[in-house]
Every structure is written in structure tokens, then in C-alpha cells.
Design a protein around this ligand. Structure first.
Ligand SMILES: [Zn+2]
Length: 250
């Protein structure tokens, strides 16, 4: 195999974390592209500085921005909506649970209280520095958003089934891609400890959850999905029986 071909394959495989599901963003903040029959859904929109990752990937895979049919937001936090406005302006339909539409309308947000309370942690400070560098203070509001509700199977590429898991935010949702055993968990379960800046086991976001008790109760909504590739909003993929992940996280 020629060196050029090797490089190309590596790049493509690096992003593919499940069949037809590709991971973007940074080590700390994830967003995903779901490929289905030559059409694409983007799940979450990272931060503004992540947007330039998309075009070269589309190009390499024979797509253009016009092939991005939909943007599905697991919730309305700024680090998941960074370039949402760009995709909406380009004609992608955006979906988010109605309980988080106000989060999207009110962007950019000031730092919430939990955020300020955790700034003393050196690991968390590195996450904050990255977010500021990547434009969290300049995220455009997103107003043109379709509602998605619990149990909806969205008519977008990948046909994700919506599972409402409030707690991190009121409108937080996970997305189950049944045909490929993928659970995109948003921030309902993550695998990175953002306070210590470390990869880890499946876990709740703790201080970043608006309602910690509710976030814990919502894990029950994810039980019984069987073996999955769990793709969190923050951290590396986790593979196994989802009930094991829930046990570890709760
Ligand atoms: Zn997040």
C-alpha cells in the first residue's frame, strides 16, 4: 500500500467510531456525523472553531454541505451548539427538545454558577481555556428549531429514536440508532471527567447537571438497550451492555 493511501485510510478510520458514525471535535468536546444512504445528520455542533473540520471530511467522502439534511442537538448548551447557526443558515433542519429551545434562543450564555465554582480545579481550567479559545462566548443564537420529543423516531438520516433524559438540562435527550446499536448520549452520560481533565468510566456530569437527582433518575430511561456503542458528549466511546454503563454511572 502506498504511503498516501495509508494516510488517507487512517484519517477515515480515525473518525469512524461505529458503522457510519464519525466523531469530530476535540478530546474534550464531541460531535458526530451519521451517514445513511448518501445523506447525513450532524449530531451536536461543538464550538464555532470546530466548524472547519466538517468541509474537508465532506469533501474526502464525496459530500457537500448540501448533503447535511439535519442537525440534531442532544441539548441546548453552548458547547453543543457552536456552529448550529451555520448549518441552519445553509438549509439543514435543526431539532432539539422544546424544553431547551430557550437555551438556544438565548445564546451566547454567560458562565453559569457551577462553572465559576469549579474554576479553581486545574483540570477544569484547561477545559475552560479551550472553550474560550474555540469561541464559546460567540455562539450565535439558534431560533429556527423543530421540536423533538420522547419516543419520536426522527425522519432524518440515521432515523434516531429520541429518549428524553432530563437532568443535565431540562431538554436533554439521548439518541438511539437501533440498526447500528449506537447510543448517542449527549451529556446524560459522559466518559470524560471534565473537572480532572481525564478519560474515565461512564459517569454523570455532576456539578454541571442542572438537576443532579433528575439526571440520575433519567438513566433508567436508557436501560435494556443491550450491547451498544455509547457515544458521549464528552470523552471516548464506550462499548458494552448499556446496563453495565448505567450501573457504573449511577
Ligand atoms: Zn456538554
Amino acid at each position: 500500500m502506498s504511503p498516501a493511501a495509508t494516510t488517507d485510510t487512517t484519517e477515515a478510520d480515525d473518525r469512524e467510531v461505529a458503522p457510519g458514525v464519525y466523531r469530530f471535535g476535540t478530546a474534550r468536546i464531541n460531535w458526530y456525523v451519521v451517514e445513511d444512504d448518501d445523506a447525513l445528520t450532524v449530531v451536536d455542533a461543538g464550538l464555532p472553531a470546530h466548524y472547519p473540520q466538517l468541509a474537508p471530511w465532506l469533501d474526502r467522502h464525496g459530500y457537500t454541505l448540501d448533503d447535511v439534511d439535519a442537525l440534531v442537538l442532544t441539548h441546548g448548551d453552548a458547547d453543543h451548539a457552536g456552529f448550529a447557526r451555520h448549518l441552519v443558515d445553509r438549509g439543514s433542519s435543526a431539532y432539539c427538545h422544546p424544553d431547551d429551545h430557550h437555551h438556544l434562543r438565548d445564546l451566547p450564555h454567560g458562565p453559569p454558577a457551577w462553572f465559576l465554582r469549579n474554576l479553581w480545579r486545574p483540570g477544569f481550567l484547561r477545559y475552560v481555556v479551550e472553550m474560550v479559545r474555540d469561541g464559546i462566548r460567540d455562539v450565535d443564537p439558534v431560533t429556527d428549531v423543530e421540536p423533538m420529543n420522547d419516543s419520536d423516531v426522527l425522519d432524518v438520516p440515521g432515523s434516531p429514536r429520541v429518549i428524553h433524559v432530563p437532568g443535565h438540562t431540562p431538554g436533554s435527550c439521548a439518541l438511539h440508532l437501533e440498526d447500528r446499536d449506537v447510543l448517542i448520549a449527549g451529556d446524560a452520560i459522559v466518559t470524560r471527567d471534565i473537572y480532572r481533565n481525564r478519560e474515565g468510566d461512564p459517569q454523570l456530569m455532576g456539578p454541571a447537571d442542572e438537576d443532579t437527582a433528575l439526571a440520575r433518575r433519567s438513566l433508567d430511561e436508557l436501560a435494556g438497550l443491550g450491547d451498544v456503542t455509547l457515544l458521549p458528549g464528552h470523552g471516548n466511546p464506550w462499548r458494552g451492555d448499556v446496563d453495565t454503563a448505567l450501573d457504573i454511572a449511577s
